[in-house]
Design a protein. Sequence first.
Length: 164
Amino acid sequence: MAFPFILLAAQAAGIGANLYANRAQNRIESKGLALDEESVKLRMKQESLAAQQETLQDLTTLRETLASQRAIAGARGQNPGQGSIKALEQKSVRAQSTDERMRNLNKSFREKYAESLSRLKRIEHQGTKAQRGVQLLGQSINMFDFNSLYGGGEKSDMVKKERL
């Protein structure tokens, strides 16, 4: 009669080992997910710095362009605040402003895309975690064959034969 209890204990030990492995795998995946999220944050900071650098370069170019236009207008004896010279200045300023808006818009799209990927990874992680939990539960239930442990296996086979 002790043999069924030994089998039951072995099955319980197997379930315990599966539970431990499942928890360890969940912890490892959670740490990997946290690293991915930190990587996304770092990438966004890098892109923000790159956008700021581009803005500074554009402002420097704009200032150089405006200074050149004023110098040319002064050499021609034209008043830089009037007429076609003023129109050229405004055109340069509008072009720089448009570039800056596009840069900010692109940066915003990249940020939203990266955030979406992070959310998707978190959702996938939770789904995988839940799926492993269901598999573990199914394996645990399938490990126990109570009929064979308590001698009911023979009777159930006989009942099946009688039904046929």
